[in-house]
Design a protein around this ligand. Structure first.
Ligand SMILES: [Zn+2]
Length: 83
């Protein structure tokens, strides 16, 4: 009697483990579809704001700007030439 009960419990545990393994795989596959790995790099390039140089009027990324008297310059040379 006890052996039969243990056998039934063992089979049930095996089925439960199989169902959980299947659900885990489905969940991971679904999550990978929600978050494509290429979005991080492309948004960084797009969000980089371009500004105009006050001397040569070319556009360049704001994080490389040289600021002199509330004007933006593309390089140190243009910043000193406009003064
Ligand atoms: Zn310039």
């Amino acid at each position: 009697m006890l052996v039969r009960l243990l056998m039934i419990l063992g089979i049930l545990a095996l089925i439960a483990w199989g169902v959980l393994w299947f659900l885990k795989r489905r969940l991971l596959k679904w999550l990978s579809h929600l978050q494509p790995p290429t979005t991080g790099t492309s948004t960084n390039i797009v969000s980089e704001k371009l500004i105009e140089c006050a001397y040569c009027h070319t556009f360049f990324p704001k994080n490389r700007a040289i600021i002199r008297e509330e004007h933006f310059y593309c390089c140190e040379e243009h910043a000193s030439l406009s003064q």
